[in-house]
Write a protein of this length. Structure first.
Length: 114
């Protein structure tokens, strides 16, 4: 594993966005499928912001990408603002123009989450 030390959090977000965008574009060029794991929390937010910027300003496309939530809170109803699905929608997929149907994850409101 390579460890990279960078001077600012924004630089970290750009480096992560470079890696994600490069991997997505390479997979799309090979004919896919493209599957991305989507984490929540504060760590990925600057990378998500940079990916949204690249989509808006540079035309980076995520068409053909499927996203999978890494986790979800149990007991929160669909649409709850603190659910991981809603956080990912707000912080990433809306800004990338991704259809919510291509983002998959656990159903936190299921009667039996197992």
């Amino acid at each position: 594993m390579e460890v990279v030390l960078l001077p600012t959090p924004e630089d970290c977000g750009r480096v992560v966005a470079d890696a994600v965008a490069g991997s997505v574009l390479a997979a799309l060029a090979r004919g896919g499928p493209v599957v991305v794991g989507l984490a929540t929390g504060s760590s990925p937010l600057l990378a998500y912001r940079e990916l949204r910027r690249r989509h808006t300003e540079e035309g980076l496309s995520f068409a053909g990408v499927q996203g999978f939530l890494l986790d979800e809170y149990v007991g929160l109803p669909a649409g709850h603002p603190e659910s991981y699905r809603e956080v990912i929608r707000r912080e990433l997929t809306d800004g990338l123009g991704l259809d919510p149907a291509v983002v998959h994850g656990p159903d936190g409101s299921a009667a039996d989450p197992v």
